[in-house]
Design a protein around this ligand. Structure first.
Ligand code: DQA
Length: 155
C-alpha cells in the first residue's frame, strides 16, 4: 500500500525590524495604536484561512534579521513581507540577505516615508522588492499579505 505523503503547508515570512515591537505606544500619531501582536494575529488568521503558515518575526538586531532571512530559504518559505524599519535606510547587509535567498518580497512601511525626514526617502530595498507599500498604516501588511497569498497560489 502506498504511504500517503504528509502535506506541509506553504509558508510566508513576515519580518519586522527594530522598534516595531513597541507598536501601540510608539509615536501613535505616526504608527497607529495597534500592537504588533494584534497585527501578527490578523495576518496569521488570514494565512490560516488560505492554508498558509504565516511566520512572524521581529528583532531589534540586524544580524538576527539576516539569520531569519537565511533560515527562510532552508524552511522553503515562498514569500516574504518585510518592514525593515530603520534598517530600510541603512542596511546593505539585510538587502544582501534578501538578494541572496532570492525569495520574492514586498516592502511595507506603516508611515509614508516620502512625506517625512529626507533621510527616510532612500530605501536599500525598494529596487529589489516586488513592490513597496507605504503610508497606509497596518493595512499595508494586509494588502502585502493578500498579494503574497495570490502570488504563491494559495486558495
Ligand atoms: C517605518 C519607517 C522607518 O523610517 C522607521 O525607521 C521605522 C518604521 C514604517 O513602518 O513606517 O521604524 O519602517
Amino acid at each position: 500500500m502506498q504511504k500517503k505523503r504528509k502535506e506541509t503547508a506553504a509558508a510566508i515570512l513576515v519580518l519586522h525590524g527594530p522598534n516595531l515591537n513597541l507598536l501601540g505606544t510608539r509615536e501613535p500619531r505616526i504608527y497607529g495604536r495597534e500592537t504588533l501582536a494584534q497585527i501578527n494575529a490578523r495576518l496569521q488568521a488570514a494565512g490560516h484561512r488560505r492554508k498558509v503558515d504565516v511566520r512572524c518575526f521581529q528583532s531589534n538586531t540586524e544580524g538576527a534579521l539576516i539569520d531569519r532571512v537565511q533560515a527562510a530559504r532552508d524552511e522553503g518559505v515562498r514569500f516574504i513581507v518585510a518592514n525593515p524599519a530603520a534598517y530600510t535606510h541603512t542596511s546593505v547587509a539585510l538587502r544582501d540577505a534578501l538578494s541572496a535567498v532570492a525569495i520574492p518580497f514586498i516592502e511595507v512601511h506603516l508611515s509614508n516615508i516620502h512625506a517625512r525626514e529626507a533621510f527616510r526617502r532612500h530605501s536599500f530595498f525598494s529596487d529589489i522588492a516586488l513592490g513597496t507599500i507605504c503610508g497606509l498604516g497596518s493595512q499595508g501588511y494586509d494588502l502585502a499579505l493578500g498579494i503574497a497569498l495570490d502570488r504563491i497560489g494559495a486558495r
